[in-house]
Design a protein around this ligand. Structure first.
Ligand code: GRF
Length: 215
């Protein structure tokens, strides 16, 4: 399985996936890492593992569609089986998303469908939630609304700040994302028009928990 990873920043999820591949947990290889921002830590992490990198700076394009088309050309040159969004902070056009339907994953820092969009940790605290977490889902045209493969939860404690909560959620992300990528690469997780199929059976709307995915 050839994987292309798109990111915009630190790349800690990229690192977790690289570690999963190196540990033999993920039957695939990362053929390229693409960033829309130059000089981010995620690119450095890729280079440290001799992974090919490309920067496609969105500020050099006057429209979203032109940027998306350049991105699509670079991705398609790699003939990927899977595209992994790992902190890629760009809204993608419908044309782009449709082109990769069923083979593009994203990780979002909330228990979807709650808290789509930005600032999820602060919003979860503000809403007095007792549980928060992260979700891995197939990417669909509607933001943060694609079919969910799995979720990992954390408890929100009285003294949590957006920062402490973010750290707790990221620890879960680093377990959940490689696990979902491994299941996709092994052919156990598939996208269908009706939703996610896990080992051939349809999943409920919120996917599986991390412990269910690990068994
Ligand atoms: C993660 O928190 C993820 O949920 C969100 O962007 C962040 C990326 O972090 N989509 P990193 O670049 O992988 O460290």
């Amino acid at each position: 399985m050839n994987i292309v990873v798109l990111l915009s920043g630190s790349g800690s999820n990229l690192q977790a996936i690289i570690n999963g591949i190196n540990a033999g947990r993920i039957p695939g290889q990362i053929v390229k890492v693409i960033s829309n921002r130059p000089a981010v830590k995620g690119l450095e992490r890729a280079r440290n593992h001799n992974i090919d990198t490309t920067v496609i700076d969105h500020t050099h394009f006057s429209t979203r569609i032109e940027f998306d088309r350049a991105l699509k050309c670079t991705i398609d040159d790699c003939q990927p089986d899977l595209i992994v969004l790992a902190g890629f902070m760009r809204v993608l056009s419908d044309e782009f998303v449709t082109h990769y339907q069923g083979k593009m994953l994203n990780i979002h820092p909330s228990l979807l469908p709650k808290f789509k969009g930005l600032n999820t940790h602060a919003r979860a605290i503000e809403a007095n939630e007792s549980q928060h977490g992260c979700s891995v889902h197939f990417v669909s045209a509607k933001l943060d609304s694609g079919a969910i493969i799995g979720q990992a939860g954390v408890a929100i404690e009285a003294n949590d700040t957006p920062e402490t909560l973010s750290n707790k959620v990221q620890k879960q992300e680093h377990e959940l994302y490689p696990t979902c990528v491994a299941l996709f690469c092994a052919g156990h997780v598939k996208w269908s028009l009706e939703g996610v199929l896990y080992k051939g059976k349809p999943l409920q709307k919120t996917g599986l928990t991390l412990s269910e995915l690990l068994t």
